[in-house]
Write a protein that binds this ligand. Structure first.
Ligand code: NAD
Length: 487
């Protein structure tokens, strides 16, 4: 059984309640975990609040050394953590090995930019004055994380938050708390209480954290519905908030590219982690002139993907996270087919994989924008492909969405690429290389897809408030004080 990690110690829930973590590839229980409620959240927030008083003043160079030390310890145990991530989350091991490395790299990145600058000097309005800003931590930050990239999405928050002098309480997803709890020993690189972990469910531990009066900032990644609920709760106390929410990303394929490359890129963008990526390509628009060839090769290449035990070897796709998530995908496909879409490939549980939450990568066509599948997030392995007349139609449809997380295009035509970039509202726009992240580049969504940014310098400022300092080095009475000299 695994427990919360508070103030440098493992502690059970006050209620002694636990919940099971299920391996989505086998449906077996991986372990049981303490189920947190408001009392446990209180303990964690108190520890973080106390630790923050000193952590705030720890010099940047020391913070950086501790962050690099965390990254070193994590790299030393990369394989063990990647296996645990695979057992609780179901992504192929090779993807989890990458995830662990990206987490270490994110801590290294924020270790350095966190000690780089802390504000700016402003031109004063009068003589012998100096104006400057100081960027300050908010205090205790609640970091609420989903299950699809449990450690990576934790790192985007925690690394930037602690580098800025905040302390944190992490609430991992109820599906994947084990890998985060396994980092406790590595978090010992920080003073006690700087990092705390509370396991539990959204409406219990999650909401208690959001409502806690000593939590100053909430950094949330998850679905739009949960994000909306959290935003309403946070508004009552006017808490600072950043939201990384759902997507329904388009991918445009023009007629001037190597189709084999575009097919491989698009297949990966649709099925990476079984389409359970917030920036998965969920709508493909392909120029009519090459649509036939594109679809044929897309189907052929999809058929060649190897689905099975995510611990490998030689596997491209693992299971989905849960029975519930798979059911959502099945229902969504059914509704699309009822609305007139045509199934080209997949659309069922693989016959040889009845145990575990597997699902075949699925391709549909004959879709249009009145269909739910083109308008709301699927978060599963369905690729709807829609032929379009040319770039204008592709861009118009790509932008016809309530979401705005990411968007991609395959083209060698600079005019097409930049026209699409300017006219599709999305937090990230990828040209010929979908879905890649860069620690130094901001990540986040427009419209329903979110609020604020993580990663990059923007992601650091997401965890820093601004104080304007006005200094006059000459102590003298001002002409504009009482008594007034009326003009
Ligand atoms: P979710 O919203 O159900 O849960 C996310 C986290 O929030 C979990 O830890 C959960 O316990 C917690 N939570 C849920 N309700 C809560 C509440 N009322 N108060 C406080 N905490 C609460 O999402 P999920 O199913 O874990 O993840 C899938 C969703 O996340 C998808 O919609 C996906 O697009 C989105 N996502 C977005 C990004 C991004 O960066 N924009 C990245 C990954 C996933």
């Amino acid at each position: 059984m695994k427990t919360h990690w508070i103030n440098g110690e493992f502690v059970e829930s006050a209620s002694r309640e636990t919940f099971p973590v299920i391996n989505p590839a086998t449906e077996e229980v991986v372990d049981h975990v303490a189920r947190g409620h408001a009392t446990d959240v209180d303990r964690a927030v108190d520890a973080a609040y106390t630790a923050q008083r000193d952590w705030k003043f720890v010099p940047g160079i020391e913070k950086a050394e501790r962050m690099h030390e965390f990254a070193r310890r994590l790299r030393d145990r990369k394989e063990e953590i990647a296996i645990l991530l695979t057992r609780e989350g179901g992504k192929p091991l090779i993807e989890n090995q990458d995830e662990v490395e990206w987490v270490a790299a994110c801590f290294d990145y924020y270790a350095e930019i966190g000690r780089d600058y802390k504000g700016k000097v402003i031109a004063p309005v009068f003589r012998h004055q100096l104006n400057f800003t100081v960027k300050e931590p908010y205090g205790v930050v609640a970091c609420i994380v989903p299950w699809n990239y449990p450690l990576l999405l934790m790192s985007w928050k925690v690394a930037a938050a602690v580098a800025s002098g905040n302390t944190v309480v992490i609430k991992p997803s109820e599906y994947t708390p084990l890998s985060t709890l396994a980092l406790a020993e590595m978090f010992e690189a920080f003073p006690r209480g700087v990092v705390n972990i509370i396991a539990g469910f959204g409406p219990e531990a999650g909401e208690a954290l959001v409502k806690h009066p000593r939590v100053s900032k909430i950094a949330f990644t998850g679905g739009v519905d949960s994000g909306r609920k959290i935003a309403v709760l946070a508004a009552e106390q006017l808490k600072k908030l950043s939201l990384e929410l759902s997507g329904n990303d388009p991918l445009i394929v023009c007629d001037d590219v190597d189709l084999d490359v575009a097919v491989r890129g698009a297949v990966w963008a649709c099925y990476l982690n079984m389409g359970q990526v917030c920036t998965s390509a969920e709508r493909i628009y392909v120029f009519q002139s090459v649509a036939g060839k594109f679809i044929e090769r897309f189907v052929d290449f999809t058929k060649s993907l190897r689905i099975g035990n995510p611990l490998g070897p030689d596997v491209d796709l693992g299971p989905m996270i849960s029975q519930a998530q798979r059911k959502k995908v099945e229902v969504k496909l059914e509704r699309a087919l009822q609305a007139g879409a045509r199934l080209l490939e997949g659309g069922k549980i693989p016959p040889h994989l009845k145990q575990g939450f597997y699902y075949e990568p699925t391709i549909i066509t004959d879709v249009n924008h009145t269909m739910e599948i083109m308008r709301s997030e699927t978060f599963g392995p369905i690729a709807p492909i829609m032929p379009v007349k040319g770039i204008e139609e592709a861009v118009k449809l790509a932008d016809d969405s309530d979401y705005g997380l990411g968007a991609s295009i395959y083209t060698n035509n600079m005019e097409y690429a930049l026209y699409a970039m300017e006219n599709v509202r999305a937090g990230t726009f990828w040209i010929n290389d979908p879905l890649t992240d860069n620690d130094a580049g901001p990540f986040g969504g427009m419209r329903l897809s979110g609020l604020n940014r993580e990663l990059g310098a923007e992601g650091l400022d997401n965890f820093r408030d601004v104080k304007h300092v006005h200094l006059d080095y000459k102590v003298e009475a001002k002409s504009y004080w009482y008594p007034y000299k009326w003009r």
